[in-house]
Design a protein around this ligand. Structure first.
Ligand code: NDP
Length: 251
């Protein structure tokens, strides 16, 4: 089997995992954060969990990217900046902003780590080796539509995560109703921003590899947003009734 065939197989695997993830998460919410519960084996510090889980998306992605024949071409480098602007923040800055002392099952971390290994390889290898991104791609509207969507999603995601982080004073562990900005329309603007980012990535790279990650992100985060939304409505009798879960005015 050639490496490209292996790569194609992994991309198909990501689509398959996405298809299995939707029904699984509609019945069993991933057991971390507010949906944490026993029975998922040993646990570890949540901040460390995020760092371990997301680190392949920074380190392994970079290693695979720079092994590619086109790593030093302009468009792949631009795509690298896009990817790393998200993942350096997610792996090494975001964990320091969430409350200390939380616990996450090692099994969840292991699954996230394994997924990120595959996903980082699939996307980095495509961008710097198998894909063809000539300088002319800089004049293609798909690149800039994708970049624009990614940047918009990034800003929404960062802002929404910052609103959540500011809800707790030092030492607090409970939950409050988040308010302001997109929180007036949906319960999970951080997930909405994430969906826009990876849709933008799929368009900017115009690749099946990028599409597989956007589809997986939706498969993972839409059911979780529905669980969060249901949880908010059960926990807070005064929860704003007009709010949707994750897509403004729609879902
Ligand atoms: P959540 O919104 O569940 O939680 C984010 C943080 O905010 C946690 O520290 C949580 O605390 C805290 N928090 C959430 N709601 C409240 C509230 N109402 N009151 C007080 N504190 C609150 O997000 P996730 O942890 O699932 O995800 C974090 C980030 O990672 C998001 O930006 C998400 O988009 C991204 N992500 C991306 C995935 C992908 O597939 N690409 C997959 C998963 C996450 P606590 O932990 O105590 O609940």
């Amino acid at each position: 089997m050639s490496e490209l065939e292996f790569h194609t197989l992994l991309v198909q695997g990501v689509f398959l995992v996405a298809a299995l993830t939707v029904p699984a998460l509609l019945f069993i919410s991933a057991p971390y954060g507010r949906h944490a519960r026993g029975g998922w084996g040993p646990q570890m510090d949540t901040r460390l969990a995020w760092m371990v889980m997301e680190s392949p998306s920074v380190l392994w992605f970079s290693a695979v990217f720079f092994a590619g024949a086109h790593a030093w071409s302009l468009v792949p480098l631009l795509l690298l900046v896009l990817w790393q602007s998200h993942y350096v923040q997610r792996a090494f800055i975001f964990p320091l902003k969430i409350r200390p002392g939380g616990l996450t099952p090692v099994s969840v971390v292991a699954m996230g780590f394994a997924f990120n290994l595959v996903n980082a390889y699939v996307n980095a290898r495509w961008v710097s080796e198998f894909g063809r991104y000539e300088l002319s791609w800089l004049l293609d509207p798909r690149l800039w539509l994708g970049v624009g969507l990614f940047v918009l999603g990034y800003r929404i995601n960062r802002r929404a995560d910052a609103v959540l982080a500011a809800l707790r004073r030092p030492g607090e562990t409970g939950y409050k109703i988040p308010r302001g900005g997109l929180y007036e329309l949906i319960s999970c603007p951080n997930y909405f921003g994430e969906l826009l980012e990876w849709t933008g990535w799929a368009i900017a790279t115009w690749s099946v590899a990028g599409l597989s990650f956007a589809v997986f992100t939706a498969a993972n985060l839409v059911p979780r947003a529905l669980s969060h939304h249901k949880w908010y409505k059960q926990k807070f009798p005064d929860y704003p009734p007009g709010r949707k879960a994750v897509i403004p005015f729609v879902l």
